[in-house]
Design a binder for this molecule. Structure first.
Ligand code: ZN
Length: 447
């Protein structure tokens, strides 16, 4: 099957004004203005009303948190008190059924915003939710979206000086055995993989040093990525100084985590020396602008991190600190917060697209996605500029970010259309809204 996505209104790719040709799962030709495909095509899609960009890649989320959006007990707090309010509510109400709905909603919402690959950091395993990773794989497969499923973990609870309650943590043996199980079952290292698995101990204040080290050993054995939260808040600095007598990056190094398998969520509170060390070891950072503003966590030093050698990607973060899963909106927020950190001329819409595509792909260790080029997977997001918010706009690519695009008109993943006319192909969104809303209600019942 060969399809020509013909003469787009604008496209984020070099020398491709004539569009691109997709054959099966891959991009096989990029056409200059006026050029036609080298061989006959089966189908031509007229993209003259579409702005075409590489499928966006989300590198940090907590899907289950879509069930506690704008929760009255959590709003208007910073990270630690926000977490302390939510842990018991999650522990009591996240079941296989509610978790499935949370996952389905987050993936659908991400995909409708133009996201074609999503990583979820799932670290909550209350009794009964042992199959969380299996549920996520099922839901991603059903939707057709590419996913890095992370087998997260917490094994340091309040009785041992950690932050989470005892009911939401697991012991190290259970965590490592299940990590090995899901890696063996789902981790696909081949080119064009739909599902990959990464290991993701939650944060310095929720896991033991021993588990951090064992996770590195397992990641090396299975050739997978490693992920955790780091440098999100000053509270975390204080926690590390108090418990480990060092700063978070020193702790990370002590755990054997300064290596290029690792990408970190947030990466805000780093010194110049720490940024240089992270860059030297090619540790990736997922910038989460919306969450960082909602929780008043601070501003990620994206330019210094990239200059030092760290891949910088983009993430919406969990839907209780965003509180949506719209990655396209994340680009707009990234532009704005980075202009407060730097200045208008040195942060443009191209930077935000680079973070959300190539940078995110590098964080996930993938070379087969993240740009529109011959040989890459055909992961594309196509937007029209028909909504009122775009009326009068000049530069189409800049308009997506500056005017605030929210919903892709079409999304293609591995050569398959997964969103057509702004609606996901395999999901009834009215039904999803009703079922997810009903599942989320119980999270308010204890109030
Ligand atoms: Zn997070």
């Amino acid at each position: 099957m060969r399809i020509w996505i013909k003469t787009p209104l604008a496209i984020l790719a070099d020398n491709a004004a004539g569009g691109l040709v997709v054959e099966d799962a891959r991009i096989v030709e990029c056409l200059a203005a006026g050029a036609t495909p080298a061989a006959p095509v089966d189908e031509t899609f007229d993209a003259s009303a579409h702005v075409v960009v590489p499928g966006l890649v989300n590198t940090h989320h907590h899907f289950f948190q879509t069930l506690t959006r704008a929760h009255p007990q959590a709003i208007n707090k910073e990270l630690f008190p926000w977490l302390m309010s939510l842990y018991p509510i999650w522990a009591k109400n996240v079941t296989p059924e509610t978790f499935r709905m949370g996952t389905r909603l987050a993936l659908t919402e991400l995909m409708m915003s133009g996201c074609t690959t999503a990583a979820d950091h799932h670290y909550l395993f209350p009794a009964g939710l042992e199959d969380a990773i299996d549920i996520q794989v099922e839901e991603a497969t059903r939707l057709g979206i590419r996913m890095t499923v992370t087998r997260g973990s917490m094994n340091l609870s309040q009785k041992d000086g950690g932050l989470p309650p005892d009911t939401v943590v697991q012991d190290e043996d259970t965590i490592l055995a299940d990590s090995e199980r899901v890696l063996s079952r789902y981790h696909d290292t081949s080119d064009g993989a739909k599902i990959q698995v990464a290991l993701a101990p939650c944060a310095p204040f929720t896991v033991t040093k021993h588990l951090m080290r064992e996770s590195v050993a397992l990641a090396e054995r299975f050739d997978c990525r490693l992920h955790t939260h780091l440098g999100e808040t000053i509270d975390e600095d204080d926690y590390c100084l108090h418990h480990f007598q060092c700063r978070p990056v020193d702790y990370l190094e002590d755990c054997g985590w300064l290596n290029e398998r690792v990408w970190l969520a947030h990466g805000i509170h780093f010194t110049d020396d720490e940024i240089a060390r992270l860059g030297r070891h090619r540790v990736g950072v997922c910038h989460c602008p919306t969450s960082n503003m909602v929780l008043a966590s601070g501003q990620c030093r994206t330019r210094e991190l990239e200059a030092a050698g760290s891949p910088v990607g983009l993430g919406v973060d969990g839907s209780a600190s965003n509180d949506n899963s719209n990655l396209m909106e994340g680009l707009r927020h990234a532009l704005m917060i980075n202009r407060l950190t730097y200045d208008a001329a040195s942060v443009t819409h191209y930077d935000t697209f680079r973070w959300a595509t190539e940078g995110s792909a590098r964080c996930l260790g993938r070379e087969d996605i993240g740009s529109i080029a011959v040989g890459k997977q055909a992961d594309l997001a196509l937007y029209t500029l028909e909504e009122l918010r775009f009326s009068g706009s000049g530069d189409p690519l800049a308009a997506l970010v500056l005017c605030g695009a929210h919903t892709a008109d079409r999304v293609m993943i591995g050569g398959e259309w997964t969103v057509v006319d702004k609606r996901p192909v395999t999901i009834d969104i009215e039904r999803l809204r009703a079922e997810h809303g009903a599942a989320a209600k119980r999270f308010l019942e204890a109030l």
